[in-house]
Each structure stands twice: as structure tokens, then as C-alpha cells.
Design a protein around this ligand. Structure first.
Ligand code: ADP
Length: 640
């Protein structure tokens, strides 16, 4: 919890505690619904207890305050902002939770209900009561802009900013009650080769065999052959320079992306993308976004080129882009769900949408519409329809995604004959929190310093492998359940945070991670065979010392796991990213089933297909949204 939140909470709690004493002395109002006063209560949210205070007059809920909370930034805290006024305005406990923040919403409602009980109110009646002023259906709306962007995740907001920078007027429509999509709850790693930052990364972090394999592989075509020759000469120049820093280049990034997706991806798109990731990063920095000075390897990234934002999760991207959007007065229409593209003479000229009260919203685009609606990880029907890689992707398989990831843009695109590519490639991570499937609670910091063990305490896979390979490996283990095991190198102090803004102490206190001074003690806590766990760690440490010779073929190492405290956190398979989607060209124009550009329609980010092939490398999604969202916005703004 941030110091600010704590402080705010502490002050409010102090005031509330004083008032509760007052309440106890307040005689019950005979004719009123409530015993007037202020009451406090708490209920468990995503990030621990959500504490509220509720002030009652004899017949009214006068005020609801959230005193203390540590809900997911940009997600749960939307419920914290929205629900209290809804309860007061409606004088009811019958309010809809905020979509995407159901756990936080439920916590607030439960704590408020408890306050109602303390005040002698009728909880059941308030739960049944319709809001005092039911929202009337608003009038239909018609708007026009040069560029209309559908979706406000990383791709949509990048498109909005770049279209505006290109001189276009822009309107963004977003179906959820908040901006950010999957981007804001992502691990947020951004892959790019980056000579300045990678100066700090030792050459040892990237094995030569990886580069040589890419150079020597049988070429898939002329462009591939050309890029292999390019990589060969870049690598020779690097060797000749005597550099002791890690080798990297857009060509290496491109060939790893191509091979890491089984050569299914479109190399033209890949080359264009990796040649622009660094410019994309600098573009964000030019808008004041801050990244850490060192690069790391995020899960499944295969190389130490992942950049970590200073702000938690994906909040840095969304705040940065939104600050441009707000200061340039670009309208963002929330709770406005795009349903249909409007065609005129073979061109996309606008969008029909449903507004917050069910009213019709029509937005015309003079230059173009950018589709940036993200993937379909939360659409079980679509997962089942297209999946041919996994045994099942039915509702029993959880997802890291926000509830709005339902593939709407793919369906709207299909209705205007857009071609789809790679729809069968659906990425699972071995990194879901048991139960929710969320990435939250994941204790790994980077690939190098942690191992995975199964319920027997044994390693089973190279933990630096591709995401699909690791998940397939996990499915072969008992209950498809594993433990991430690491030590003090990852958490120098108890207040060190993971990638999801949670400190290790908080995770341990909540029973979401386990801590011990010895491996045997850790094994006892997580109920795995101590001899197996000790052996797994010893075998890993041997490979770290030798920088190779790992029985599972792992090549990325940094520290031994040998310094207490030791930690373990459980993980299961979870649906994360859908690689397939709308077919696009390098200008992010959408292509139809006859391989012809659909005039007026552009797309970027997870709604598109063709970039990541069969498997997206970890850390390649954020730059996809930034680079291709930016291209889509610029192309639309430049349209005649
Ligand atoms: P990307 O990473 O490609 O930017 P995100 O998941 O971060 O994808 O963002 C996609 C955004 O699009 C989400 O905020 C989602 O709610 C929004 N969205 C999805 N479908 C629609 C729709 N039909 N109308 C408006 N917004 C939509």
C-alpha cells in the first residue's frame, strides 16, 4: 500500500474510530430506519481489506467513504471511486458492481452492508430496493471526427495520440466504464533492443548459441535469408568491437520473434515492428513516461531486452497517453459499445454504438476508424470455436484478461469482410493465480533467478523457454499446478514489490506466497518432498555456476538460489493473449478476404493477427500496441 493511501486511511480511520464511540452513545432513533452516526467495517478485496465508513441520518445513508484500500490500480480503484456515490444517490445496496472490478465492488458492498447492520438498518430491504432515481434513457447522439478510435487500451490510446499529432480531430469510444483494457492490468514489459540501457547488461546474459542458431537456420524465404545475413554481419561487427555488453539489434529481435512463433508470423510485419520499437519507447518518454534503467527478461521473452516502467502494471502507459488525450481535449466516450461499422460506397465511414443508457450513439469518421478492441481471451465461445492447440479452452480454464476482451472488433471486422489470420493461436501462460487465473500474486521478477517445481518438488521444464512450451510442460504435471521458487535475490527486503504492485510481505501475510529460512522448511510449507526441492535447487545452482549444462536445456541464468529467505508461490495455466485477428499491412490498414485494403479501416494491437505467429514472445505485446497503434492513428489521420 502506498504511503499516501495509508496516511489517508489512517487519518480517516482515526476520525471514524472517534465517531464510532459517538455512535455507541447515540440512542436509537425510534421512528428512523437507522441509528444516526458513522460506522466502519471492512471486507476482503483483491489487495487485502477494503475499509469503509458509512454515515447515517435517521432515514438516509448520508455518506460512504472508502478509508483504506490497496485494490489494483486502474481496475479495483475504479469501483472505489464509483460505488460510494451510487449507493448514496440510489439509497440502496442494489447497485451493479463495476465491470472488471467485481471483487473490489463486492468488498465495498459487503462492508457497507455491515455498516447498515450496525446502524440497525434493514440490509435485505436495501439489497432489494431499486435505485431511487432509475437512470432514464438518454437521447441518441450523433458525433463526427476525422478519426474514430474504438477501444482505449494501449493500442487505441496510442492511435488517438498519433492521429491527433497528425492533425486530426479524434473521438475515442470505450465500452467499459474506464479506460485501459488489458493494457492497464498487464505485466507491462516492453521489448526493444536499446543500446543505451543494454550497455549495463553483460554479454553473458545472452548465449552465443541462440544467435548462431538463428543465423544458421534454413531460410524460409528471401526476406528471411536477407535478415539472417544482416544478423550475421551485425554479430561479426559486435564480436570485432570487443564489447562486453549484451548483443542485441532489431534484426535479432525480429528473428527471435519469427522463430519464437514457429515462422507463422508475417516477417514483413515483424521487421517493420522491431525497427520501430525503440522509437515507440522514445515517443512514450517524450511524453514523460519513465522506465527503469536496466533491461530484464520477462517470462517467455527469450532475451534480456524487456523494459520495466516505473509505475505499476500498465498504469504508466495509460496515464501517459491519457494525459495527452485529456490535455488535447480528445473526447473519450465511456460505456459506449461499438456494435457495427458504417459502410458507404465500400468505405468505412463511422461506427454505430450503444451508449451508457442504451441510447444509440453514431460516430462518423471523415478519415478513418481505428479498431483497437483487443483480443478475445474472455470470450469462451470464440476460444472454443478457434482453438486447435489445447485440449480445451472452455470456461474451466481461467484467464488473465479483463472482462471486455471479447473479440468484438474481430466480429465487427468480419461483418465488413475483413480477413482473419492465426485465429487458432491462443496463448496460455503457466502463471495464473490458482482460482482467478489472474497474473496478480506472481512472485517472479524476471526469468533468470527463479525455478518452477511441480507438486513433487521437481523441476520439469527449461524455465526460460517459450510460453507455450512451458505451459504444455505444466499441463503434464500433477493437477497442472506448480510453484515458483526463488530467494532473497528477487526480494532484498520484505517491502520489495512484484510486477503487480504487491510487496512480498503482503503476499506472504495473505497466504498467497510462502516464506522460509531453509528449503526444507519451505518444502514443508508448500507440501512438497524436501529432498526433491533441495535437489532441484542444487541442480539449478550447478548450472548457474557453469553457465550451462542444465538438464532441461535452460540457458538464461543470473544468481544462484542460495540466500534466505526463500519464497514459493503457486501458479496454474491461464489464457493470456490471442495471437490471431484482423489481417493488416505495415500501414495498419485492414485487409479483406480478397486481399484488398478496406478503405477507411485501420487496426492495431491485440485485435490484429499475423505479427506474433503461433506464440507471442513475452514483452512483445506492449510494443505492438504502441508501435502499431501509433501507425494506425497516423495512417488514418493521413487518409485522403
Ligand atoms: P490492446 O492491448 O490491443 O490495446 P486492450 O485490451 O488493452 O487491447 O484494450 C482494448 C480496449 O477496447 C478495452 O478497453 C476494451 O474494453 C475496449 N473494447 C472492446 N470491445 C469494444 C467495443 N465493442 N466498443 C468499445 N470498446 C471496446
Amino acid at each position: 500500500m502506498s504511503a499516501k493511501k495509508l496516511l489517508r486511511g489512517a487519518i480517516a480511520l482515526f476520525a471514524a474510530a472517534a465517531l464510532v464511540v459517538g455512535c455507541a452513545q447515540t440512542p436509537a432513533a425510534k421512528s428512523g430506519q437507522f441509528k444516526p452516526g458513522t460506522y466502519t467495517s471492512a471486507a476482503k478485496g483483491m489487495g487485502g481489506d477494503v475499509k469503509v465508513s458509512v454515515t447515517f441520518t435517521a432515514n438516509e445513508i448520508a455518506e460512504v467513504k472508502v478509508l483504506e484500500q490497496n485494490e489494483t490500480p486502474g481496475v479495483g480503484d475504479v469501483a472505489v471511486e464509483k460505488l460510494p456515490p451510487m449507493i448514496v444517490e440510489g439509497q440502496t445496496l442494489n447497485v451493479d458492481g463495476v465491470a472488471g472490478a467485481s471483487i473490489s465492488s463486492a468488498a465495498i458492498l459487503a462492508a457497507v452492508a455491515d455498516c447498515v447492520k450496525q446502524a440497525g438498518g434493514d440490509v435485505a430491504a436495501l439489497k432489494a430496493k431499486k435505485a431511487a432515481a432509475a437512470t432514464a434513457k438518454a437521447a441518441d447522439v450523433t458525433e463526427t471526427a476525422d478519426v474514430v478510435v474504438i477501444g482505449s487500451g494501449g493500442a487505441g490510446l496510442s492511435a488517438a495520440v498519433s492521429a491527433s499529432q497528425g492533425g486530426a480531430s479524434v473521438i475515442v469510444i470505450e465500452k467499459m466504464p474506464k479506460v485501459g483494457g488489458n493494457t492497464i492490468i498487464s505485466g507491462a514489459a516492453y521489448n526493444t533492443s536499446d543500446p543505451e540501457r543494454q550497455k549495463n547488461t553483460p554479454a553473458a546474459a545472452g548465449p552465443e548459441s541462440t544467435v548462431m542458431k538463428l543465423i544458421d537456420a534454413a531460410p524460409a524465404g528471401d526476406l528471411h535469408k536477407e535478415m539472417q545475413a544482416q544478423l550475421k554481419s551485425e554479430y561479426a561487427a559486435y564480436k570485432a568491437s570487443g564489447s562486453t555488453s549484451l548483443f542485441d539489434s532489431p534484426t535479432l529481435h525480429a528473428l527471435q520473434t519469427f522463430e519464437g512463433g514457429d515462422r507463422v508470423g508475417n516477417l514483413v510485419l515483424i521487421k517493420n515492428y522491431t525497427s520501430k520499437t525503440l522509437a515507440g519507447l522514445k515517443w512514450l518518454e517524450s511524453m514523460d513516461m519513465k522506465f527503469k534503467d536496466d533491461c530484464f527478461t520477462v517470462l517467455g521473452a527469450l532475451w534480456q531486452r524487456s523494459h520495466k516502467p516505473i509505475k505499476p502494471l500498465g498504469t504508466g502507459y495509460i496515464e501517459t497517453l491519457m494525459s495527452y488525450v485529456t490535455s488535447h481535449k480528445i473526447p473519450v466516450m465511456l460505456e459506449t459499445k461499438a456494435e457495427k461499422l458504417i459502410m458507404k460506397d465500400g468505405r468505412v465511414v463511422g461506427v454505430e454504438a450503444k451508449g451508457p443508457t442504451g441510447n444509440k450513439v453514431t460516430v462518423y469518421a471523415k478519415k478513418g476508424v481505428v479498431m483497437a478492441t483487443g483480443g478475445f481471451g474472455k470470450n469462451v465461445e470464440m476460444r472454443q470455436k478457434y482453438n486447435d492447440q489445447w485440449k480445451t479452452l472452455d470456461a474451466s480454464i481461467p484467464s488473465t484478461n479483463h472482462p471486455g476482451a471479447t473479440g468484438d472488433g474481430i466480429i465487427m471486422g468480419q461483418a465488413v469482410n475483413a480477413d482473419l489470420v492465426g485465429m487458432n493461436y491462443i496463448q496460455l501462460l503457466p502463471m495464473g493465480e490458482p482460482g482467478s487465473g489472474s497474473l496478480a500474486g506472481n512472485i517472479e521478477q524476471g526469468v533468470e533467478d527463479r525455478i518452477f517445481v511441480n507438486k513433487q518438488g521437481k523441476r520439469f521444464i527449461a524455465e526460460d523457454a517459450r510460453r507455450d512450451v512451458m505451459t504444455q510442460g505444466l499441463y503434464k504435471q500433477t493437477d497442472a499446478y506448480m510453484w515458483v521458487v526463488l530467494d532473497k535475490h528477487s526480494y532484498p527486503t520484505g517491502s520489495t514489490k512484484n510486477n503487480f504492485n504487491e510487496t512480498i510481505d503482503e503476499l506472504v501475510a495473505a497466504g498467497r506466497a510462502f516464506k522460509a529460512d531453509t528449503l526444507a522448511e519451505l518444502a514443508a510449507k508448500i507440501k512438497v518432498d524436501p529432498a526433491n526441492l533441495e535437489m532441484a535447487v542444487a541442480e539449478f545452482n550447478k548450472a548457474v555456476d557453469a553457465k550451462g549444462g542444465d538438464p532441461f536445456g535452460r540457458t538464461l541464468f543470473s544468481h544462484r538460489i542460495d540466500t534466505p529467505p526463500f519464497y514459493a508461490g503457486a501458479r496454474v495455466p491461464t489464457v493470456h493473449h490471442t495471437m490471431g485477428g484482423l489481417k493488416v499491412n505495415v500501414d495498419c490498414q485492414v485487409i479483406d478476404t480478397k486481399n484488398v485494403v478496406i478503405p477507411g479501416l485501420y487496426a492495431g494491437g491485440e485485435v490484429t493477427g499475423g505479427l506474433h505467429g503461433s506464440n507471442r514472445l513475452g514483452g512483445n505485446a506492449l510494443p505492438d500496441t504502441v508501435v502499431n497503434g501509433r501507425i494506425a492513428g497516423a495512417s488514418a489521420a493521413a487518409a485522403k
